[in-house]
Design a protein around this ligand. Structure first.
Ligand code: SF4
Length: 272
């Protein structure tokens, strides 16, 4: 009997941080408990969600906000986005679009991601595909973003499966024609543009296959060890559950990219 999982970037990040947390959160579905900073963080996440929704609605040609949406912070972000959003190329726009491709041995699992904005353009000589990701959290250096699971997963998905979204322009999804732009509302004039190429894609594939093989190993043994890195526990809401209170309390794990997790991130094993 084999177990097939649909994995998003957050799952890989969590698995790398702590196998026990991955198990508790996504397989056993132990509720992520409230913590002292929980409500404040939740408020920040909710604001981020609404900001993304406003942008999505604008790109879809809908009124972005309700008249009752008068959160001053959101309004300020919105003003910044209206005046300092990155220059977007002409082309076909895909808003809040998901992409899923098979990964792992014999394509046993699936890798999935949801993009804020994808533009498939043919400006200049060649078609190209550009991803844009809106960030409301603390700006991160480009080197850290380059290593983030979000970057690796999104670019892999596009290179492997993007042509399904724009079958008339498959060449746009060659690795060297892909970019991912992170735009931070706190630093709107310094978008981080990450490029890709064949060599980076090969490395990315090796790393993704390696972590998925590790997940397979854990699924086989059924053992989900606690991390040796107690600093991880400082940011984990399962401290009491694991008996790791001695780690002390830090800000709850904001996930690698400081974006809210979608509500539907449960792993749904399929048995076959
Ligand atoms: S408290 Fe520590 S060991 Fe337990 S799930 Fe969280 S990070 Fe892992």
């Amino acid at each position: 009997m084999t177990e097939s999982l649909t994995l998003a970037q957050q799952h890989l990040y969590t698995f790398q941080a702590c196998r026990r947390r991955f198990y508790l959160r996504y397989l056993a579905r132990v509720p992520w408990p409230e913590a002292p900073l929980g409500s404040q963080q939740e408020q920040a996440y909710e604001r981020g969600r609404r900001f993304h929704r406003w942008i999505e609605r604008q790109f879809l040609g809908l009124p972005p906000m309700e008249p009752s949406d008068n959160d001053p912070q959101l309004r300020q972000w919105w003003e910044i986005f209206q005046t300092q959003a990155p220059l977007l190329p002409d082309g076909h726009r895909f808003v809040e679009t998901s992409l899923t491709v098979p990964v792992g041995r014999k394509g046993r699992h699936h890798l999935t991601g949801r993009f804020d904005l994808l533009i498939v353009s043919d400006e200049g000589d060649e078609p190209a595909a550009g991803l844009f990701d809106w960030k409301t959290g603390e700006p991160r250096p480009i080197e850290r973003l380059r290593r983030a699971w979000q970057t690796r997963v999104y670019l892999y998905l596009l290179a492997e499966g993007g042509a399904a979204l724009a079958p008339q322009k498959p060449d746009a999804f060659a690795p060297r024609r892909l970019t991912l732009t992170y735009w931070y509302v706190e630093e709107p004039q310094q978008p981080r543009v990450i490029t890709y190429d064949d060599a980076a894609h090969r490395r990315n594939r090796i790393e993704l296959e390696a972590i998925i093989a590790e997940i397979d190993d854990q699924l086989t043994t059924g053992e989900w060890p606690l991390t040796d890195d107690w600093t991880e526990c400082r940011h984990c809401a399962y401290r009491a559950y694991c008996g790791r209170q001695a780690a002390g309390a830090g800000k709850l794990d904001p996930q690698e990219e400081e974006e809210p997790e979608p509500d539907d991130l449960w792993l749904e094993p399929q048995w076959g």
